[in-house]
Design a protein around this ligand. Sequence first.
Ligand SMILES: Cc1ncc(COP(=O)(O)O)c(C=O)c1O
Length: 445
Amino acid sequence: MTLESSAQPNRKTNTLDDFWMPFTANRQFKAKPRLLESAEGMYYTADDGRKILDGTAGLWCCNAGHGRREITEAVSQQIAKLDFAPTFQMGHPLPFELATRLAEIAPPGLNKLFFTNSGSESADTALKIALAYQRAIGQGTRTRLIGRELGYHGVGFGGISVGGMVNNRKAFPLQLPGVDHLPHTLDIQRNAFNKGLPEFGIEKADELERLVSLHGAENIAAVMVEPMAGSAGVVLPPVGYLQRLREITRKHGILLIFDEVITGFGRVGKAFAAQRWGVTPDIMTCAKGLTNGAIPMGAVFVDENIHQAFMQGPDGIELFHGYTYSGHPVACAAALATLNIYTRDKLFERAIELEGYWQDALHSLQDLPNVIDIRAIGLVGAVQLAPNQQGVGKRGYQVFEQCFQNDLMVRVTGDTIAMSPPLIVEKPQIDTLVEKLADSIRQAQ
Ligand SMILES: Cc1ncc(COP(=O)(O)O)c(C=O)c1O
């Protein structure tokens, strides 16, 4: 096949052919598209005019709901005032202001901010900072990284190496060397239908001691985990697990990185999961809810002592890393407006207030056919189904499609249906969500 670059006389315009969709079964989608045209509050409007209840805050991003006027206005005013300014050896006020605002809501000590444009970039930035820090303090043999099975840290080479989702790794064999994985914490046999954090599984953190014995602490730079694994299907940390990881990492001088791209900005009832579960990492990533999804942006929170280690020695660039759009003025404006809404409307607190109602609502699905586990915390939850005869993921996909037919948007990963509604959700909308999901589960083969 040849590529025809200029004259393409027979090309149709406005077909679905040319957009290679990310993480999508392209042929399946294009044969039966699901197109969203606008959004307001808790609802999308599809191209056929149907109102679709947003059970997933877009893609875990729109925590304040859709179409927030304050964000739209901040973005349009900012783009008119200063569309772009570099942050390499130059500056403009907004990322400084945003960094201060973020430091105010961060866990203690995590008050230095590096800006990125996505969760993947945040993950890779965090890993690079960890490696560079170990060198900066004279611990240059600490080069190994440890992630966890089922972890998702985006799609950069760092993220897929440390991440533990097999389909995201197996086609890309050239990954970072020197990476190990802790076991995941999904244990349906022992924890099925448990409400809140799973009772069993703290000992899975002790695997870190085994890896330390295997490699020597002096060779390990950092451990990166999601405090709650979102993309793998809402896998919650067992009681005491994160604390145990913190103890072991601290004991051995290993940095602990929390990837809070999903859990950040109220999803589990505090600004960050670190605060909800009382465990402060050394480095923490975020993205998504930072701008309510309106403009791409991510950030890495770095402990002030780590940052300080770079601010030594002769003057000069301390970290050879950054993105053209780090601290982009329009993204910063969106983030500042988003933070104002979160604070004014007390949206993080809402996720705690509604947690009990949300859990009861999801757990009411326990007796439906093929439901093998239900997990819920804050305003995030998952219903896991047994695979059907056709193979893993087929039943889950049927439910996902049926939900969309029923005017509900959910996420599917394998046979797990994941939900994370905007934090503005009202109780009757939770009821509707659960009814539509129940109906879809009943119809699935
Ligand atoms: C925990 C986590 N880290 C990183 C990412 C990657 O973010 P992005 O898609 O913005 O690159 C995601 C995306 O879902 C995520 O859930």
